[in-house]
Design a protein around this ligand. Structure first.
Ligand code: ADP
Ligand code: MG
Ligand code: ZN
Length: 626
């Protein structure tokens, strides 16, 4: 990545050298490598009929062919000395007629063509050096744009974004309204000496609308929007990032009032002096320049810097100091009301069937970001379009949701009846365990149609990572995660790798319970995993802040917890093996089962009357809103 720009230059250089040496070969006479002593011998022995010395090359015509050749050429180190040495012999041979003639042509006049190649190479090297040295020192140079900020002036696609386009996010908008007011009317604030923050940091998971909000602030205030991504700063030449920062701020001051938006600021604002890896100095220089620029402009200049990140914890503390990004705005995942509003915004340009109830969709998509919801509607529209239907219906949304959460269905995949049966038992194990766990979210959909990486799936209310989970809920999640494996062990007599993802997740949950959330008695209410994170290579490594002894106890406790959950799960599935079997039979028959059908079966009602619509059956409320 770093060498991407230098590669074309190198290729150019190699081609040039090749062309040059080829031309050189073409122009130079083909000189054989007869040694000097041989030449002297040949002449002395009278084998040479005539010769010409041209510069340092001797061309000889022979009396008798040598190796089938009648002419020979050789290079003479010192032609003068050669002629001097042979003068007596030559005169003699000329007189006797053995040697017909010889000529000495003075060294060829200097040909300018010979210099073209070397000159080109030298010139090229100079150019390269110039680009590298001058390019980083002086960005006003018209021949390079390395140091220029790759900014987007105004609104990129020409469409003005306003707060009205950002659905939900009412609190975020309220906080940003202050910035809008300032940009619209800075005098009002400066007149009474009010301090407006220089920089604001939008913090939140990807896809929650941070970029959109920043653009909306510019749109609302009707000011220029200069946007750059943190990764744009990370360039091959040392110093380019820093000069880009300078350039960005210069541009902003020229067009003020304006908003500078630095997306993904963590790419450049990572804590200095931490972690390993290249490009380190470059990033530090860029970050230092950013700090200098943020301190350097006064509040009256009408430039406000917004930045976005999903990792505020890894930012250099200097960035967060007063006068810099001293205000953080948390842009969270939308709640059920927010989701409904976002869905409405994105459904505007789509034709929806009367069956589509966005409220229900919103309820079934806990944890989804704005980008996820936009994607969901888009996938559904694609499904409708594929069937040449002008309006999209609830089934499309249902299928789109499954596709997004578990990958596209792979109906063409060949599966034997035995494969299907194994999958059905595995999934039924999850579902039945969930049903008999009091705090567990209800089952919404079970399928043995392979999707993405998995052979089957059991859906429940999508896990919401911001929800406050209790110890019991976490424990019961572990139990239900083990359901697949336990069912395999109980009813197949063998276990498969199909449960590896379940086991990973169960183990992680157990580890978190024990070592992060202080939920085990032996270790007490101490967090061992909450420590700092250090960037090593491409991963964040959690620094360990506990002894080997504690590490051993953590492992023991995790195992005890999982073993207990396994036994619990086994008990449930053994007690209800008849029900589990009925679920398996249903799945083998119909491939999928809705939450309604599942509950009807569990409660001994007739399955036929239950709705087969899954996921959006309206069952289950978003916990955070009730
Ligand atoms: P982020 O910068 O936080 O990763 P973006 O601002 O790039 O997120 O949002 C990505 C897309 O998600 C937007 O283009 C928009 O379509 C959609 N989106 C996100 N949040 C919202 C919202 N609150 N209202 C409407 N659309 C949203
Ligand atoms: Mg973004
Ligand atoms: Zn499973």
């Amino acid at each position: 990545m770093k060498n991407r720009r230098i590669i074309p230059l190198l290729v150019y250089l190699v081609v040039l050298i090749a062309v040059f040496s080829w031309a050189n070969q073409l122009f130079s006479k083909n000189v054989s490598s007869v040694p000097y002593s041989t030449v002297v011998q040949l002449v002395k022995a009278g084998h040479v009929k005539a010769f010409v010395v041209e510069g340092t090359t001797i061309h000889m015509e022979l009396n008798t062919p040598i190796n089938g050749k009648t002419t020979l050429s050789a290079v003479l180190a010192d032609p003068e000395a050669f002629l001097q040495e042979l003068k007596p012999s030559l005169d003699e041979q000329l007189a006797s007629g053995v040697l017909e003639s010889y000529h000495v042509i003075p060294p060829k006049a200097f040909s300018p063509y010979e210099l073209i190649g070397p000159l080109l190479i030298v010139g090229l090297i100079l150019l390269l050096a110039w680009v590298m040295v001058v390019g980083r020192a002086n960005n006003s140079n018209p021949l390079n744009n390395f140091g220029r900020a790759r900014t987007v002036l105004g609104v990129p696609d020409g469409k003005k974004v306003t707060f009205a386009d950002v659905a939900g996010a009412d609190e975020e908008k309220q906080e940003l309204q202050e910035v809008v007011d300032f940009l619209r009317n800075p005098e009002k604030f400066t007149a009474i000496g009010a301090r407006i923050p220089h920089g604001m940091l939008l913090v939140g998971p990807p896809g929650t609308g941070k970029t959109m909000l920043a653009r909306a602030v510019a749109g609302e205030a009707d000011v220029r929007f200069l946007s750059i991504s943190g990764s744009d700063f990370v360039e091959m030449y040392v110093g380019v990032g820093a000069s880009r920062v300078r350039d960005l701020f210069d541009q902003a001051k020229k067009v003020a009032p304006a908003i500078i938006f630095i997306d993904e600021i963590d790419a450049v604002g990572r804590k200095r002096g931490s972690g390993l890896g290249g490009g380190h100095d470059e990033k530090e220089q860029t970050l230092n320049q950013l700090l200098v620029e943020m301190d350097g402009f006064s509040r009256t200049e009408g430039v406000i810097v917004l930045a976005a990140t999903n990792r505020p914890d890894i930012l250099d503390p200097a960035l967060l100091r007063p006068g810099r990004f001293d205000r953080q705005i948390h842009v969270g995942r939308p709640d059920v009301k927010g989701r409904e509003e976002i869905l409405k915004v994105h459904a505007k340009d789509k034709k929806l069937d009367a069956s589509v109830d966005l409220k229900t969709v919103a309820r079934s998509t806990a944890g989804f970001t704005g980008a996820d919801l936009s994607n969901l509607l888009n996938e559904a529209a694609i499904l409708a379009a594929r069937d040449s239907r002008p309006v999209l219906n609830m089934e499309d949304l249902n299928e789109a949701l499954m596709k997004i959460t578990a990958g596209p269905a792979k109906k063409s995949r060949v599966q034997t009846r035995k494969d299907l049966r194994e999958t059905a038992i595995h999934e039924a194990g999850h579902a039945v365990a969930m049903y008999f766990l009091p705090t567990h979210d209800p089952v919404r959909h079970i399928t043995i149609i392979p999707r993405g990486q998995s052979l089957g799936a059991t859906w429940y209310l999508p896990a919401d990572d911001s929800a406050n989970l209790t110890r019991n809920q976490m424990y019961e999640q572990i139990v239900s995660l083990l359901g697949g494996r336990v069912a395999e062990a109980l009813f197949l007599g063998d276990i498969s790798v199909g449960a590896s993802n379940d086991i990973d997740r169960a183990t992680k949950l157990a580890r978190d319970m024990v070592a992060r959330y202080g939920m085990c008695e032996k270790l007490g209410t101490v967090s061992y995993l909450g420590g700092g994170e250090v960037f090593i290579g491409r991963d964040y490594q959690t620094t360990k802040s506990y002894s080997e002894k504690v590490a051993g106890t953590i492992d023991d406790e995790v195992k005890t917890l999982i073993d207990g959950a396994y036994a619990h799960c086994k008990q449930i599935l053994e007690d209800h093996s008849d029900k589990l079997n009925r679920v398996v039979e249903f799945l083998l028959d119909k491939e999928s089962m809705s939450g309604e059908q599942f509950r009807a079966l569990m409660e001994g009602r007739t399955v036929e009357e239950a709705s087969a619509t899954s996921l959006f059956d309206g069952f289950g409320e978003d916990k955070r809103d009730t």
